[in-house]
Design a protein around this ligand. Structure first.
Ligand code: SF4
Length: 267
């Protein structure tokens, strides 16, 4: 197994593990934003830059996707690495100057302000890390959103910056957004969920028993499509929220034990 010397701490890692894996093992903190175990390392945000010692020369590399194939020496706390990461953070703060999650990471990195003019166009607060697009593409296979525009106008959006046709309003992009820019908005009047800022809206499925809003209709349809079970047998359970489903299943079990048919069994 190759050895990674990281800020003078030596750790052995599996062949092909990343510098970030090694840092985690060594207990050395490297900030990350676009990194998530559910998707392939993107190295889009560049906040995880470290300095790789190549002997005669040194090189800044992104820790999240740099594979360790042999013994290497890496500096996380050296001047060059720290300066590079701080520079990236200053650009991000220009896009999201008031974002509390980002400010917390910036504070830990020793960055408390940005010298750059702040972005004032639509999608302010998005740091363009691309984690949402990666999840939508790699995990869901939908690619409902992607990057659009250039420079300060660059944004994550659906084609033509319209509401995305392919979005099923699953909320996965919201769940992984590291700075909380993507929001789920409930429209009580229409029983719809909106994925903001993408303007995607979908009807919510309601529990047949208690009326609780469970999941968007297209997400439920997509989930049922991908699960290889006989839904005919349990179709009534699929119409319930998790809580009512547990109650119905318990009733069903009790009835089976006592020999009394339940609502579920008589349908
Ligand atoms: S809510 Fe829409 S855009 Fe976000 S991950 Fe799900 S399908 Fe993709």
């Amino acid at each position: 197994m190759p050895t990674v010397t990281i800020d003078d701490i030596q750790v052995e890692v599996e062949q092909g593990a990343t510098i970030l894996d090694a840092a985690n093992k060594a207990g050395v903190w490297i900030p990350t934003l676009c990194h998530h175990p559910a998707v392939t390392p993107q190295a889009t945000c560049r906040i995880c830059m470290v300095e790789l010692d190549r002997g005669e020369w040194k090189q800044l590399v992104t820790a999240c996707n740099y594979p360790v194939r042999r013994d290497i020496t890496v500096s996380v706390s050296g001047d060059n690495a720290v300066k590079a990461r701080r520079g990236v953070m200053e650009f991000m703060l220009a896009r999201a100057p008031d974002n509390e999650q980002l400010k917390a990471i910036a504070g830990r990195m020793g960055v408390d302000s940005t010298p750059w003019p702040t972005v004032t166009v639509a999608q302010r607060d998005c740091i363009l890390c691309g984690l949402c697009t990666a999840v939508c593409d790699e995990v869901l296979g939908l690619a409902a959103i992607g990057f659009s525009g250039r420079g300060v106008d660059r944004a994550v959006a659906a084609p033509f910056r319209q509401a995305p046709d392919d979005c099923i309003a699953c909320g996965a992009c919201q769940a992984v957004c590291p700075v909380g820019t993507i929001q789920l908005r409930l429209h009580e009047d229409t029983d719809e969920i909106e994925i903001s800022p993408f303007k995607a809206r979908a009807k919510l499925r309601k529990c047949e028993q208690c009326g609780a809003r469970v999941v968007s209709e297209p997400t439920a349809a997509e989930a049922l499509k991908n699960v290889n079970v006989d839904w005919e047998k349990i179709r009534n359970l699929a119409k319930l929220c998790p809580k009512c489903r547990r109650i119905r299943a318990a009733e069903s079990l009790a009835a089976t034990a006592s020999g009394t048919p339940t609502k579920e069994m008589t349908r």
